[in-house]
Design a protein around this ligand. Structure first.
Ligand SMILES: [Zn+2]
Length: 142
């Protein structure tokens, strides 16, 4: 912390002709100033980081499959939901080539090169089939 009283002390020491003591007091003020300057730079970086987090939290949407960032009126993405849920990282999903199966479902296949998550119509179909297989069949007549 910068002690403003030190400035008056330096002025007093100079007026009394105590130049060595004044120089020493000025050196202390310089060290305190440098320390405050470093702390200020750290706090500015922290504010910038928190402003970015706030901006992202206000402009990030989840469409049920992936995250999208609305920036300057444009929808950017898709971003991996697994990576976002695990550590808050926005990892853009790779859009894989369209094949005939995907054309049938009119949707692209997305994959994350970071965690390996795949978001694809095939996965949805397999999940639906797995749920159908695990369904309990109750006969009408016993
Ligand atoms: Zn991922």
């Amino acid at each position: 912390m910068l002690n403003y009283y030190k400035f008056y002390e330096v002025e007093k020491l100079i007026s009394q002709g105590k130049h060595d003591e004044a120089f020493s007091a000025l050196k202390e003020l310089q060290d305190a100033y440098m320390s405050l300057n470093d702390e200020s730079a750290k706090l500015r970086n922290q504010v910038h980081y928190l402003e970015e987090l706030l901006y992202i939290s206000r402009n990030l949407i989840f469409d049920g499959d992936a995250y999208w960032l609305i920036s300057e009126g444009q929808k950017q993405g898709p971003f991996c939901p697994t990576c976002y849920h695990e550590n808050g990282s926005l990892i853009r999903l790779r859009v894989d080539g369209v094949d005939s199966f995907e054309v049938q479902f009119a949707r692209e296949r997305w994959s994350c090169e970071h965690c390996g998550t795949v978001i694809a119509p095939e996965a949805e179909v397999e999940q639906a089939q797995a749920q159908a297989r695990s369904a309990k069949i109750t006969p009408f007549i016993q």
